[in-house]
Write a protein that binds this ligand. Structure first.
Ligand code: CO8
Length: 261
């Protein structure tokens, strides 16, 4: 952790079990260069397999969450570099981890910055957040899920407008569209997001992971398959001690003691 170059990392939250990751490349408005993404992917994977953490909060600075993939670095790439290199691997990590990850977006979240937020499970925004998919204006298309997640999270008309124009939009618009669930004053955003993480962290980690897995199925399968998988996952919770403890504690009118087993 001492060797982090593009990130800051802190353990926060009421239970000291929330991992706060801050993108920290201010000179480039947190443009997501390859090295930053590898560092982020490695850190997130470590946290995902460390049971002392329950939730991850990902944020940037007040000026920029992330101004997209690093355009200067990308401009050097050839088609064959993208075919043979592992440029997408580290990004995939964010959408594949089991623990909840919440984006706290202040300032610019453009291109890969918006897509990084879309990979997170919940997005909270500061009042001055600016989103957009400007790839079309620099001769390319969103390559980190933008064209696929937008139509699933908003609707086709919105997705097309966002991706075809490259127009920027603010936090209120992002909330209306359905990209963001809540908006806070800039200076309060991170603390409010940690409070949300704390509310999630109060629940059984094993059950929280199951909820996340099940909700994500809604974006990956048909309704019939999703409903069937949900039933299986629901049944699986009955094989856990935490399900027994949760229901017992309700009957006994006391707080549950989760063991994540
Ligand atoms: N890449 C590299 N450097 C950047 C980026 C970026 N995306 N964004 C900002 N910077 C740098 C600027 O070059 C500048 O550096 P310098 O001082 O050395 O010139 C510094 O950050 C500050 O930026 P500005 O002076 O431009 O700051 P402003 O406040 O005037 O403007 C903006 C802020 C509006 C955010 C502006 O910087 C901007 O438009 N940035 C680019 C936004 C953008 O187009 N992002 C989309 C990138 S494409 C993408 O994300 C594709 C994803 C698919 C990748 C697939 C993986 C391989």
């Amino acid at each position: 952790l001492d060797s982090l170059k593009y990130l800051k990392f802190e353990r926060v939250g009421a239970g000291n079990d929330v991992a706060l990751i801050t993108l920290n490349r201010p000179q480039a408005l947190n443009a997501l260069c390859r090295e930053l993404m590898v560092e982020l992917s490695d850190l997130v994977l470590k946290i995902d397999s460390d049971s002392s953490f329950k939730v991850i909060v990902l944020t940037g600075s007040e000026k920029a969450f992330a101004a997209g993939a690093d355009i200067k670095q990308m401009s050097e790439l050839e088609f064959t570099d993208l075919l043979t290199g592992s440029y997408f691997q580290s990004w995939d990590t964010i959408s594949k981890i089991r623990k909840p990850i919440i984006a706290a977006v202040n300032g610019f979240a453009l291109g890969g910055g918006t897509e990084l937020a879309l990979m997170c499970d919940i997005v909270y925004a500061g009042e001055k957040a600016i989103f957009g998919q400007p790839e079309v204006t620099i001769g390319t298309i969103p390559g980190l899920g933008g064209t696929q997640r937008w139509p699933r999270f908003a609707n086709k008309s919105v997705a097309m407008e966002v991706c075809l124009t490259g127009d920027k939009f603010n936090a209120v618009e992002a909330k209306t569209i359905g990209l963001v669930s809540k908006i806070f004053p800039v200076a309060e955003l991170v603390q409010e997001t940690i409070k949300l993480a704390d509310r999630i962290a109060k629940n059984s980690p094993i059950i929280v992971q199951t909820v996340k897995k099940s909700v994500n199925l809604a974006y990956e399968t048909t309704l019939a398959q999703g409903l069937q998988s949900e039933q299986h996952l629901f049944q699986q919770t009955f094989a856990t001690n935490d399900r027994k403890e949760g229901m017992k504690s309700f009957a006994e009118k006391r707080q549950p003691n989760w063991t994540s087993s």
